[in-house]
Design a protein around this ligand. Structure first.
Ligand SMILES: O=C(O)CCC(=O)C(=O)O
Length: 257
């Protein structure tokens, strides 16, 4: 198998203090930038992550200074769901989600997963500007974003695939992270049981402050992903997954003869 694992990837030092440099070790690549560097599209460097049926690309989308500012703005402006919308059904039982979540996007879109249907809050300028930045870097425009906030390393997301019927088939998912660096784990669907038929190594990534991970087709067909509990992580993280959702009207039309 073509194996590629990012190890010890993101060392953005002293996230919220006056550190002047940042180091990003991507195994064979080390980027050092001055804190005040402004990233332009021309300076962005993609790292390819490939394994059997897995196709992802990773880059630092924002400078540390910009990422710090956006993180604080997200903390001020994002209003998370509460009550029934912060619960999910797993194997027939309702649970509080071990994090906060909310969805923003184009008017009228809905996204159904884990027994709940989430409607969109309207785009706000901050989210629109991140969406534009992703478009500039990738060429993809998205109509929806799911935001997850992890208060510390106890908050997490269980193993799942983003393969819901509401998603536009084959559309990539763009995952932008701010705040604490957290481990992101991929496991191949045929290598998850105790005695798997296939020996396919999990893929571990460290998602840095200000980073962008593109999950391209067919990753979500073959690979489950999770953000495991990491007790040593004491600070918050906010993740935005930009997606393309099929509008309800088109879904109905598609199902009609
Ligand atoms: O927080 C993350 O990086 C993962 C979020 C995730 O798995 C999802 O939104 O489907």
């Amino acid at each position: 198998m073509d194996k590629f694992v990012l190890r010890n990837t993101c060392k953005r030092k002293r996230l919220h203090d006056g550190d002047d440099t940042e180091s990003v070790n991507l195994e064979d690549a080390t980027l050092k930038r001055s804190k005040n560097d402004q990233l332009s599209a021309g300076q962005l460097t993609w790292k390819e992550i490939r394994a059997e049926g897995l196709s992802c690309n990773y880059m630092l989308l924002y400078s540390k200074t910009d990422a710090d500012e956006i993180f604080l703005q997200l903390e001020r402006e994002i209003e998370y769901f509460s009550g029934d919308l912060s619960r999910i059904k797993v194997y027939g039982k309702w649970h509080n989600v071990p994090r906060k979540q909310v969805t923003y996007g184009d008017d009228g879109l809905t996204y159904k997963f884990s027994g709940i249907t989430l409607s969109t809050k309207p785009w706000i300028p901050l989210l629109d500007s991140i969406r534009e930045r992703v478009k500039h870097a990738t060429g993809h425009i998205f109509n929806f974003v799911l935001i997850n906030r992890y208060k510390d390393g106890n908050d997490h997301i269980g193993e799942h695939r983003d393969d819901e019927r509401d998603l536009v088939p084959r559309s990539p998912i763009a995952s932008v992270s701010f705040g604490a660096c957290r481990e992101f784990l991929f496991r191949h669907r045929d290598a998850r049981c105790k005695n798997p038929k296939l020996q396919i190594e999990p893929q571990k990534l460290e998602l840095a402050h200000g980073s962008l991970l593109m999950m391209n087709f067919p990753t979500n067909v073959y690979w489950y992903h999770s953000l495991p509990v990491r007790k040593k992580v004491l600070s918050p993280r906010i993740n935005l997954t930009f997606r393309n959702i099929i509008p309800a009207a088109e879904r109905i039309n598609k199902d009609q003869p």
